[in-house]
Design a protein around this ligand. Structure first.
Ligand code: LLP
Length: 443
């Protein structure tokens, strides 16, 4: 069975009676008119639909839990929708903790993760009673115990481990290989457990946590992960006499950025995970642990598109044709950072024949600011609206104010309605944190 992460476009994308692209019942050229560009658009139906896929795929396993990796896109409206669908949250900073808290999320369903959490961040997590903290290293174990003690609380933890599995994705987004900066090495687990059991009385360990990487297309790595984690749980029970009953296998499921990408269906991944779990439970003679998955990209990517207005163009004699948009690497750093590829269409000419090979250039002062290297589009005119697909994940969340350009607006569309969920930054926002020391003003 197919799942939403396998779609190149939001599920509601179609060509309307005016001959324009529409998403969530909203004409994209109208959205560009009303809210300006660049504009992030999130389709609520597509977002909910992938949540339904995840739930359906694992419906036969009673101890399944989903945590949305909010680093992919963390706004209060998105948090509300995902929470309504029954998901908890994987958060990695006080900003993410605070966002989901303000959105009214049940904090017991939040897992705080990260390799160098600050005292302030851990304190906030403890004060807001986040459900689990995934402890990454020895330094953090002792720091967390100290903070928990000073708050007179017992903190529920997982140990983040590096399972030593490599996956075939961009080197920058691999995390489970042996010399990764994240987590305890397998050989350090026993020492960490001894410390928790004997020294750190304000910590209670519930299980193990791992994450292999992101934009993963190989389903077998999830089985490898289950094998390692269940084996460890059995070994720990044997050696220390404690039952760890939670396994968090991270996120990572890939999405379809281009026609050529073939990410797996969550239904196939679920089958592999559950079959492997079943066999490992028997093999290692353990009680079925609760399983946690923390997908980010696959939850939000497909629902998002970015609209740009096409501006200047340039034909290099005997070279490329460049067409510039009014955004670029500050609202989507992925092409310049990872060489990521995207698919796009002209929203006001979706059914016109694609005749030109063009390069879509960003507006930022850097030659590397190219959004799409080579794409076939219809005859282009200034003012056309370009719709870049699959920009829901890691676009806004990695955006910057490079060149002091304001961050775009984000709208949520559903049933022909559009609502702002992140407002466009203003010029005053841009200078709002500047301070001019009095002495520079002659004071
Ligand atoms: N859990 C942990 C512990 C993670 O580190 C991550 C992502 C996730 C879950 C969610 O993974 P996902 O399902 O989104 O693949 N900025 C990069 C992606 C970095 C991912 C970092 N960790 C990009 O734009 O491709």
């Amino acid at each position: 069975m197919n799942s939403t992460n396998q779609s190149l476009k939001p599920l509601t994308t179609k060509i309307n009676e005016s001959g324009n692209l529409e998403i969530g019942g909203c004409d994209l050229t109208d959205l560009a008119d009303k809210y300006g560009t660049p504009l992030y658009v999130i389709d609520e139906y597509t977002l909910r639909s992938i949540c339904w896929d995840y739930k359906k795929a694992f419906k036969d396993f009673g101890k399944m839990n989903f945590l949305y990796a909010s680093k992919a896109l963390c706004t209060q409206a998105v948090a509300k929708i995902v929470h309504e669908e029954g998901f908890g949250f994987d958060v990695v900073s006080s900003g993410e903790i605070y966002t989901v808290y303000k959105a009214g999320v049940d904090m017991s369903k939040v897992l705080f993760n990260g390799n160098n959490k600050s005292v302030e961040e851990i304190t906030l997590a403890v004060e807001l009673s986040v459900g689990r903290i995934s402890v990454d290293n020895f330094f953090e174990l002792s720091l967390l115990d100290e903070i928990a003690k000073s708050h007179n609380k017992t903190v529920d933890i997982l140990l983040r481990i590096t399972p030593g599995i490599e996956c075939h994705t961009h080197e920058y987004i691999q995390t489970g290989h042996l010399d990764s900066k994240f987590g305890f090495d397998l050989t350090q687990i026993d020492e960490a457990i001894e410390l928790v059991l004997n020294n750190y009385k304000n910590l209670k360990i519930h299980g193990l946590h791992a994450h292999i990487g992101s934009q993963i297309f190989e389903t077998s790595i999830y089985a490898d992960e289950i094998e390692i984690l269940t084996k460890e749980i059995a070994r720990i029970e044997d050696k220390f006499g404690i039952k760890l009953n939670e396994i968090n296998i991270g996120g990572g499921l890939g999405v379809k950025y281009t026609e050529e990408d073939c990410p797996p269906s969550i239904f196939d991944v679920a089958e592999i995970i559950l079959n492997k779990l079943d066999s490992c439970i028997k093999k290692y003679n353990i009680e079925p642990p609760a399983i946690f998955l923390e997908p980010g990209r696959s939850i939000i990517s497909t629902s998002g598109v970015t609209l740009y207005t096409l501006g200047s163009s340039k034909q290099v004699p005997k070279g490329k044709k460049y067409v510039a948009v009014d955004g670029g690497m500050a609202d989507n750093v992925r092409p310049s950072m990872y060489g990521a590829e995207y698919y796009a269409e002209i929203a006001n000419k979706p059914d016109k024949e694609c005749v030109n090979n063009v390069t879509i250039a960003g507006r930022f002062c850097e030659s590397g600011d190219i959004l799409i290297k080579d794409i076939k589009l219809p005859e282009i005119e200034e003012g056309d609206i370009l719709c870049v697909y699959n920009t829901g994940a890691y676009n806004y969340s990695m955006s910057s104010n490079y060149n002091r350009v304001q961050k775009p607006c984000m709208v949520l569309v559903n049933n022909s309605q559009s609502d702002i969920i992140v407002s466009r930054e203003t010029l005053d926002d841009i200078v709002s944190h500047d301070e001019i020391p009095g002495r520079l003003n002659g004071k």
